[in-house]
Write a protein that binds this ligand. Structure first.
Ligand code: AMP
Length: 281
């Protein structure tokens, strides 16, 4: 496995690598969620490229960027254990060389939810992923459904710009108590960590109500919100029950829907979601 820094090193390594290529973009501090993406890429493609880049353009909050956890040695060991072939861990100037002056802005799908809560976030995400797609020209790229809207934004961008990389969504990997794995979980205090599984419990309560026949979106949102309200350390930012295709809020759940939320525990912001579409997980 090679760890590469520059665009040129990456291009040269790709030139001598067999296709198809599978890409797993990450911001590092890798955990079992990332591992599942790498493992899926490993099982479907001949060359697996993992990128590790904490993308400054997608942070709407400078303190969130400053304290984002980093440990390249740990990440390299995980990539090796999962059988990745290439790691691209560039400095900021290799991704955004001097003079870089393009922003990729995806439309309606990027507006609600995380787009509304974090202005500029999806511009930053779409721009960095467009650079990665352009450089790596992977046949397939793997993203987690934990960041469902991000997955949909990137899929839209790749299709609209005819990039030729298939965007593959992968299931959310959870801790045994249901908390979705996230690099940001490391910031939770012991008390916050103990409280954080309420996110999943609340979503499952909503999902159970839907499975039992509840179709009023407001009532589903209320079931989730009430369970969150019972946890004093949880400060909900939004609870959404939206059309899974457009992410527009629903009144009646008469089609596949996404139940999603963003919750703060002190300075740490966590997101999670459940699909209401008749599939498991
Ligand atoms: P990040 O390093 O947080 O930017 O995440 C990199 C990729 O891993 C994204 O496609 C995420 O959606 C995905 N990911 C993060 N957490 C999980 C998880 N718990 N399960 C599955 N995929 C995840």
């Amino acid at each position: 496995m090679e760890v590469l820094r520059t665009r040129d090193e990456l291009r040269q390594a790709l030139d001598r690598s067999p296709r198809p290529v599978g890409l797993v973009p990450t911001m590092g501090w890798l955990h079992a969620g990332h591992r599942s993406l790498i493992a899926r890429a490993r099982s479907e493609t001949a060359t697996v490229v993992v990128t590790i880049f904490v993308n400054p353009r997608q942070f709407d909050d400078p303190s969130d960027l400053d304290r984002y956890p980093r440990s390249e040695a740990h990440d390299v060991a995980i990539c090796a254990a999962e059988g990745a072939d290439l790691i691209w861990a560039p400095p900021v100037t290799e991704v955004y060389p001097p003079g870089f002056d393009t922003t990729v802005a995806v439309g309606a799908i990027a507006s609600p939810l995380e787009g509304a809560a974090r202005p500029g976030h999806f511009d930053g995400v779409a721009t960095v992923v467009a650079v990665l797609f352009g450089l790596i020209r992977a046949e397939r790229a793997y993203f987690g459904c934990k960041d469902f809207q991000q997955l949909r934004v990137i899929d839209r961008m790749a299709r609209d710009l005819a990039i030729g990389t298939e965007v593959v969504g992968c299931p959310t990997v959870r801790e045994p108590d249901g908390l979705a794995m996230s690099s940001r979980n490391v910031h939770l205090s012991a008390g916050e960590r103990a409280a954080a599984p309420v996110l999943h419990r609340a979503l499952v309560a909503g999902r159970d109500a839907w499975a039992a026949g509840e179709r009023d979106a407001d009532r589903l949102r209320r079931i989730v919100a009430e369970m969150l309200a019972a946890e004093p350390l949880a400060e909900p930012e939004y609870v959404s029950c939206a059309d899974a295709r457009t992410l527009v809020e629903l009144e009646v759940v008469d089609r596949p829907a996404l139940l999603s939320l963003a919750v703060r525990f002190g300075p740490t912001r966590l997101i999670d979601n459940e699909l209401l579409d008749g599939s498991e997980g």
